[in-house]
Design a protein around this ligand. Structure first.
Ligand code: CP
Length: 321
């Protein structure tokens, strides 16, 4: 079923960016603009299931140089839900293996009439480099440990759906903070909207320097747990570590995994988030991941709404320029 495009209207005047590179540079008004647009698209598409035609004639290209399930598929689906074409570029099997540079690859893809490039790369700053080199819009889908803006937005959207206001909430990000782009994007977005943010994990993964971003640092989940309204459980990113940051996974789970015993000591209405993929039994036990406090799959649905909103906003801003 297609919905009348006239119901959607023009992009709000507050949004002037043709790229989304990170949440660090977004004002509170811009954050709310994306969040409100995502709510609108979620409602207008019957929970992200129906199609619109607001981006008919546009093409969005996924350029993923790192593995992904949620982000890659939801950007492709979001483009299609808005009536755009979606192109999925895979680095493996491409002419990169023949020595073509990253920039040449991106410019050649753009030359096929692309309106938005969605890029994930292990090197921080890659989306910013592309934004300088390309005329189309660029969206950061994760640049190394730097930022993952749409993940931050979908996490905030999910909290906002349950609690309305971010101001006054205490949100703890628990786990592998040092390697987490999700942590950085959450911190920028949550703080700008008035939440108190705690980063918590072993000292090998959470440096005191995080305090410079205006967050509280804790090494003891049991100490902070009774104060938390929301826990966002971040995966231990073994693939980004040269040495193990703790003696054993069992010891990490003993100190930091969210399990039934810890849940019993938390606020009754605590929200449990995880960006995925989750390591069951490491940062979260299966009964908590699948239990009533978990909103993990709601996050995934909201990811589709956020990505529809972002594609619509950056395309609209690019048209105005
Ligand atoms: N949360 C997230 O970015 O998941 P993927 O790596 O599967 O995209």
């Amino acid at each position: 079923m297609s919905i009348d495009v006239s119901e959607i209207g023009e992009i709000p005047a507050v949004w002037t960016r043709r790229h989304l590179l990170g949440l660090e540079e977004l004002s509170a008004e811009e954050l709310v603009c994306v969040l409100d647009a995502a709510v609108m698209f979620k409602e207008a598409t019957g929970g992200c299931r129906q199609k619109l035609s607001v981006l008919a004639g546009r093409t969005c290209a996924n350029l993923f140089f790192e593995a992904s399930t949620r982000t890659r598929t939801s950007f492709a689906l979001a483009a299609r839900r808005l009536g755009a074409d979606a192109l999925d570029f895979s680095a493996s099997g491409s002419s990169l293996s023949k020595g073509e540079t990253f920039i040449d690859t991106a410019k050649n893809i753009e030359a096929m009439g692309i309106d938005v490039v969605v890029v994930r790369h292990r090197t921080p700053g890659t989306p910013h480099l592309l934004a300088q080199q390309l005329d189309c819009s660029v969206v950061n889908a994760g640049d190394g440990p730097h930022e993952h803006p749409t993940q931050g937005l979908l996490d905030i959207m999910t909290i906002r759906e349950h609690r309305r206001e971010l101001a006054g909430l205490t949100v703890a990000l628990v786990g592998d903070i040092s390697h987490s782009r999700t942590a950085r994007s959450n911190i920028w977005g949550l703080k700008r909207l008035g939440a108190h943010v705690i980063v918590c994990g072993p000292s090998t993964l959470v440096s005191r320097r995080w305090e410079e971003l205006g967050v509280e640092v804790s090494y003891n989940l049991d100490d902070i747990l009774p104060r938390c309204d929301v826990l966002n459980l971040l995966r231990i990113q073994f693939e980004r570590q040269s040495t193990r940051p703790f003696p054993s996974v069992r010891e990490y789970a003993h100190l930091y995994a969210m399990n039934r015993e810890r849940l019993a000591r938390a606020k009754d209405d605590i929200m449990i988030l995880a960006p995925g993929p989750i390591n069951r039994g490491v940062e979260i036990t299966p009964d908590v991941a699948d239990g009533p406090q978990s909103v993990i799959l709601e996050q995934v649905t909201n990811g589709l709404a956020i990505r529809m909103a972002v594609l619509w906003l950056v395309c609209g801003a690019n048209l105005r320029l």
